[in-house]
Design a protein around this ligand. Structure first.
Ligand SMILES: [Fe+2]
Ligand SMILES: [Fe+2]
Length: 323
């Protein structure tokens, strides 16, 4: 079924509405897992913001003739699955919660970048304004989460004696390796969706980076005397998070792929920020330096991905019109 810019806008508005409904469930559960009063409070603040965001989207959908009853059906259909998946995937520690939440906010932020572009293409200024307002709140929440990386890492490891940190560090290096391996798998799939030269170029570079990062992590694990023959693909709750499901449902177009890749970069950024702090706690300067190197690469990639958003949105409009 082909979609004109107006139809694509409504379609994407519904997707973002569903993203906000899933966010609401997460915001309600997160304070209990935060392990720190300030951290928990920021989730409560963002719950209120998320309610407002969903309201704004609902108003824009109604302006396009969508009735609340249709949207109710949409939540059941699209959101229902996500709710269950998230419930099954509750992060185990404050560190994991921080990383997952950071990545989710990044996905929302990038989603609003795309929504604003689709609204512009459809000549719908009020939706552009709504998208930018919601997007600003997602960025604010990302900044709040960044300020909690210290607390989250402490809450996750405060009961671990310093001389016992090496086992934890090996575990987290292993998880980071699994995350890079997962990135490799997803980016290999993503190459086929990219359909837009700047985005496919960024995906190729991202893939090469992920291979290099995985190699560096493996090297570090070997130096620490870890047996790397059976590196497990059990990254920070990755299986529980169902990135595969997320990938299918969120990246069927170049715009969603770009937003997804942006979110995945932020999952890795949060992971390395936490690992860097754990390495410092455990007195492992080399792992700390490795994290700095990997972070530089991830940040460069997020900037490159941002540079693809215009052409990814345009490519999406071309793809959906031709369907
Ligand atoms: Fe949101
Ligand atoms: Fe959010």
């Amino acid at each position: 079924m082909s979609r004109n810019p107006q139809e694509q806008l409504v379609h994407f508005l519904k997707d973002m509405y569903s993203v906000e409904q899933q966010a609401l469930v997460q915001m309600k559960s997160a304070p209990d897992l935060a392990g720190d009063a300030g951290f928990a409070d920021d989730f409560r603040k963002h719950q209120t913001e998320t309610e407002q965001q969903a309201d704004l989207l609902l108003k824009r959908l109604e302006a396009h003739g969508e009735s609340p009853s249709t949207l109710q059906g949409l939540i059941m259909k699209l959101g229902g699955k996500g709710f269950l998946l998230f419930a099954a995937a509750m992060p185990e520690t404050p560190g994991r919660l921080a990383a997952h939440a950071y990545s989710y906010e990044a996905m929302e932020w990038a989603g609003y970048e795309m929504l604003a572009r689709f609204a512009e293409a459809a000549g719908d200024t009020p939706t552009v304004v709504a998208a930018r307002a919601n997007q600003a709140q997602e960025r604010t929440m990302m900044e709040r989460l960044e300020r909690h990386f210290d607390n989250a890492e402490q809450a996750s490891h405060r009961d671990v004696a310093t001389d016992k940190m090496s086992a934890d560090l090996a575990k987290h290096l292993n998880e980071a390796h699994a995350l890079e391996s997962q990135a490799i798998k997803l980016l290999e799939k993503g190459k086929d969706i990219a359909g837009d030269p700047p985005l496919s170029g960024a995906c190729q570079q991202n893939l090469a980076d992920a291979h290099e990062h995985a190699r560096l992590l493996e090297q570090r694990l070997k130096t620490l005397g870890t047996d790397t023959s059976s590196l497990k693909d059990t990254a920070m709750g990755l299986n529980g998070l169902q990135w595969g499901f997320f990938f299918q449902s969120q990246t069927d177009t170049p715009a969603k792929l770009a937003a997804f890749a942006y979110a995945f970069e932020h999952l890795k950024i949060a992971g390395y920020e936490l690992l860097k702090r754990s390495a410092q706690r455990g007195g492992d300067a080399e792992t700390q330096t490795l994290c700095e190197t990997l972070l530089t690469g991830e940040h460069a990639m997020t900037e490159r991905l941002k540079g693809t958003f215009d052409s990814a949105a345009a490519a999406t409009l071309a793809v959906v019109q031709g369907e």
